[in-house]
Design a protein around this ligand. Structure first.
Ligand code: 5RP
Length: 219
């Protein structure tokens, strides 16, 4: 048993929460990959759903598996996504996979967000993980200087990493623990050029934690 088994165990539980007629938001990441695998299997067995994906990667996997995908949506019954960190109040840092902007659009448009994580993502307080901040390309150095945070632009080999939306990501190093994530988010999001931060909160979250010994806990 290892970390992949923990991720799979959480994913299997989330797949069981999907039922006929649901409109499902699909997150991004290695844990969600297992979830989409399971969902594809259930669709092959006759499950009738529609879904939208938070990244080109997830879109490609879902499309290949035959999940009916939509791009014009208003509301989801459920969004299933991973997280880089989640605390006891179900506040999160997300965006390790670079899909934070679309992930937040899906999560904030969903009646319920199911977060699937392995045990190592559960923290007492946020801040150990880097905070991804999506930044418009135009004037990106000027915008980054206004963040007033240590960190670096995410790279893809020798180039700046580009999100599916054509923007850049600044990965900020935080003081751990972050005293007030909400306040920090509000300060950052008002800087012109900052498009989204990886702080997620005020969502109707059910968290499914998979453990390396195969146990699953729903919080
Ligand atoms: C992508 C995300 C992911 O959900 C997060 O990085 C967790 O990924 P993984 O399941 O691979 O650990 O926010 O933008």
């Amino acid at each position: 048993m290892g970390i992949d088994e923990a991720k799979k165990a959480a994913s299997i539980k989330a797949v069981e929460m999907i039922s006929d007629g649901m409109c499902v938001g699909l997150g991004t990441g290695s844990t969600v990959r297992f979830f989409v695998e399971g969902l594809v299997q259930r669709c092959l067995e006759g499950l009738k759903i529609t879904a939208a994906a938070s990244s080109d990667r997830t879109y490609a996997q879902a499309l290949e598996g035959g999940i009916p995908l939509i791009s014009d949506f208003k509301r989801f019954d459920i969004t299933v996504d991973g997280a880089d960190e989640i605390d006891g109040q179900k506040r999160m840092i997300k965006g390790g996979g670079g899909a934070l902007l679309r992930e937040k659009i899906l999560a904030s448009s969903s009646d319920q967000m199911v977060v699937i994580v392995d045990e190592h993502k559960c923290v007492n307080s946020l801040g150990r993980a880097k905070l991804p901040i999506e930044i418009a390309r135009f004037g990106y150095l000027a915008t980054a200087s206004k963040l007033d945070l240590p960190g670096e632009f995410r790279m893809c080999e020798d180039n700046l990493y580009e999100t599916d939306n054509g923007n850049y990501i600044f990965d900020a190093y935080l003081d751990s623990p972050v005293e007030d994530p909400q306040d920090m988010h509000l300060q950052l999001i008002t800087i012109p050029g900052v498009l989204e931060t990886g702080f997620f909160f005020n969502l109707n979250v059910t968290c499914i934690v998979g453990y390396e010994d195969g146990r699953v806990e729903t919080l």
